[in-house]
Design a protein around this ligand. Structure first.
Ligand code: ADP
Ligand code: MG
Length: 701
């Protein structure tokens, strides 16, 4: 240790490896690296997970009932009283003046943390229980051997860092201290005083100082607010710059539209378009008329009529003598698109082809040749179309239907020699927070209302013991000519306490229960040909009950199927349940969704999901609820979208700051697109650190 150590604290630089800091040798540098901390700058952004504001410790004999105080003492004994309600974790702590009883309600988690023989500092409200001094639910801190001499306020108060693999919070505090002493030279301000005042933000350098070592809770709150704002601001700047780059450096075919073209396209649809469809089409047409590539997200609940809108855009591109690639996440879904396109384009001379796994050898070569020659107008397939050996003569539009899989959205690559317009469709309503972050550089069109004349969908959570009743109900519907989906969480599996969760087992069982009907199985491990055959027979009504895994989750559109049974419904996420339910309610008849799951479940989140499903059919409401249940971290990864991780801000809780940051960022980019104005130097530097070269800022000095 120490070889690399710097001579004077004022030599510390943000870009310096942490190993240059005192107390960090190769071993600790490695631990830090695992925590994502490589440079001093990273260390400054390694924020505490909690903060402590303990008063000056007192002797136990001086404690008075009712006061909030801190004591330092030895853990004499511990006891977990699990039989009590609530369960109590008790510790007896002594100093040279007396002994004090400390209890934590529901403190089972403390069994691994507190042990007799430890020195701890405890603070909380002092009370009395059966004439005995007692602290209830206090905060505490274990005092390490090195500091046994006496409590130094620096080490007790302030941040508590997420500790890891042999690097304690206390050690991190010691390591970061010299950095905090030099903040003035390390942290450059982003904004002028006027803005700071107007936005009620403290200085950036103070924010870093106070987040690690807050003098009081008020200052900590201010520090958090400033750092959250900066984090969101930099993220939004990245998005604003990406957008700017798209409009500056890429060109697209400016499509021409006319009343004649519009009339010809609309003639293809056997219905009048809804108001929402008209509105989104107008937005898309306006985009496609510009020589800048469209980057638009079309969102609308399942069955809201997005395919029709996408087909309009497709036909506009074809009318402009360009080709269109339509891509879906799975082959079943791609095929579904192809079938509906076929329906609308019957007797049209628009050339379309489906490129699927089944298309091989010579036949495939021929098709590819035609695509390359420009003889084919529309190519439908999976997202593999973008990657494979497929060459277009003049690709004008890419339509990507990603349904619920919006975490993986792909875009057409930027090309200087002409980038296709890009329309991304998603059936998962995107909460406003995500629309502003992971999709923050796309334009968004929303279809809110589905076409009229849809039957209602009734959803019921059914306990397993009521299964026979539900089966009887379904039998009657099937006799009346309706069709049903039965969805299972797994293809195969073990039966758990009579609870069938695997599709293959379910199929065997349902084939008996509904012996008078044709019951078939569909899952992802079947061959393409077999899957296709089953889907075709189901579509034609020959198969009455389809037993499947989530392969049928997306896009399947069979109005006569009015029943959806979801087995093991508590195993599914909310978005997925809603997607599955979207397969029914597509015709004019009333539909029924049965969610089979134990009602005695202890899983509160699962319970909340199923109750939400019973209560609401509104995809947007469900998406917001889902985001709250799961938290933003689980629903999307910012990294995956080329955005830096959020370390302190949270797009749900900090929504107001997000809105403000977004406005400021977009204003800044329109005023100074490459951030070359000298006062924007610090912002620019931070952006380059966060985003690397991906924004193209580094090219411009
Ligand atoms: P999505 O792609 O959003 O799931 P689709 O475009 O597949 O929805 O439309 C779902 C169903 O609604 C289809 O059967 C389609 O024919 C029908 N549909 C779409 N637009 C209209 C409309 N304006 N009026 C009546 N029916 C429509
Ligand atoms: Mg669709």
């Amino acid at each position: 240790m120490g070889e690399l150590a710097i001579k004077s604290n004022s030599d510390i630089k943000l870009s310096m490896p942490v190993q240059f800091l005192k107390g960090v040798g190769p071993a600790r540098a490695e631990i830090f690296a695992k925590l994502g901390v490589v440079t001093v700058g990273d260390l400054l952004e390694y924020f505490p997970r909690d903060w402590v504001f303990a008063p000056e410790p007192k002797k136990i004999s001086q404690l008075e009932t009712g006061e909030t105080a801190a004591i330092v003492g030895l853990v004499e004994s511990t006891d977990f009283q699990n039989y009590r309600r609530p369960a109590i974790f008790e510790a007896m702590v002594s100093d040279d003046t007396g002994i004090c009883r400390i209890i934590w309600f529901n403190g089972g988690y403390l069994r691994d943390q507190l042990r007799p023989g430890q020195m701890i500092m405890v603070w909380g409200k002092a009370g009395e229980y059966k004439h005995q001094l007692q602290l209830t639910n206090p905060k505490f801190r274990i005092i390490e051997a090195a500091t046994k001499k006496g409590p130094d306020p620096f080490f007790f108060n302030g941040g508590v860092y997420p500790a890891s693999g042999g690097l304690s919070s206390m050690q991190i505090k010691k390591i970061i201290r010299p950095v905090l002493d030099n903040l003035g030279g390390l942290v450059g301000e982003f904004y002028d005083d006027e803005f700071l005042k107007k936005a009620e933000l403290i200085k950036r350098k103070d924010a870093f100082g106070w987040i690690h070592l807050p003098p009081d809770e008020g200052k900590l709150a201010k520090a958090k607010r400033r750092l959250k704002f900066d984090e969101l601001f930099l993220m939004q700047l990245g998005l604003a710059l990406r957008r700017h780059r798209n409009s500056q450096f890429a060109s697209a075919v400016a499509m021409k539209s006319s009343d004649e073209i519009d009339r010809r396209i609309r003639k293809r649809f056997p219905f009048l378009l809804t108001e929402d469809q008209d509105k989104t089409i107008a937005e898309i047409v306006a985009d496609m008329q510009r020589p800048i590539p469209m980057n638009r997200l079309l969102q609308g609940d399942v069955g809201s009529g997005k395919t029709v809108v996408a087909l309009y855009a497709t036909l506009l591109a074809v009318a402009n003598k360009t080709q269109v690639a339509i891509m879906a996440p799975t082959e079943i879904l791609a095929n579904q698109h192809f079938i509906s396109i076929e329906r609308y384009l019957r007797n049209s001379d628009v050339k379309r082809v489906m490129i699927a796994g089944g298309l091989m050898g010579k036949k495939r070569d021929e098709v590819l040749k035609e695509v390359k020659a420009g003889d084919i107008d529309i190519v439908v397939g999976t997202v593999a179309l973008l990657e494979k050996d497929i060459e277009f003569k003049k690709l004008g539009l890419v339509v990507i239907d990603e349904q619920h899989k919006f975490g993986v959205h792909q875009r057409a690559e930027l090309r200087k020699d002409g980038t296709p317009h890009c329309l991304v469709m998603t059936a998962t309503p995107i909460p406003r927070t995500l629309a502003m972050t992971v999709f923050g550089d796309l334009d968004v069109s929303i279809i809110k209302h589905s076409p009229p004349g849809r039957g209602a969908v009734v959803t019921r959570w059914v306990a397993p013991e009521d299964r026979p009743k539900a089966y009887e109900f379904i039998r009657e519907r099937l006799r009346a000519g309706k069709q049903a989906y039965f969805v299972y969480p797994r293809i195969t599996g073990i039966e758990e306490e009579g609870d069938i969760k695997a599709a293959t087992d379910g199929w065997r069982e349902l084939s008996k229960v509904f012996g008078e009907f044709k019951v078939e199985l569909l899952h992802g491990r079947m061959s393409s040909a077999k899957k296709e055959q089953v889907m075709t027979e189901f579509r034609r009504g020959k198969i009455k009950a389809l037993v499947a895994t989530v392969v049928i989750e997306v896009g399947v559109d069979i109005p006569n199927a009015t029943i959806m049974v979801i087995e093991g419904a508590d195993d599914f996420g909310l978005a997925q349940l809603h997607q599955l339910r979207g397969r029914i309610g597509r015709g004019t008849d009333k539909s029924f969704c049965f969610l089979f799951a134990d009602k005695e479940t202890e899983n509160e989140v699962a319970k909340s999901r199923l109750e939400m499903m019973e209560r609401s059919n509104d995809g947007f409401e469900i998406a917001e609820h889902d985001l709250k249940l799961r938290g933003p971290g689980e629903l999307f990864s910012t990294r995956q979208h080329g955005l830096p991780d959020l370390k302190i801000a949270n797009i749900i809780d900090d929504y107001d700051l997000l809105v403000m940051a977004r406005r400021c960022a977009f204003e800044l980019v329109s005023a100074d697109p490459m951030l070359t104005v000298p006062t924007h130097r610090n912002i620019r530097q931070s952006l380059i650190t966060k985003f690397g070269d991906s924004l193209g800022l580094a090219d411009v000095a």
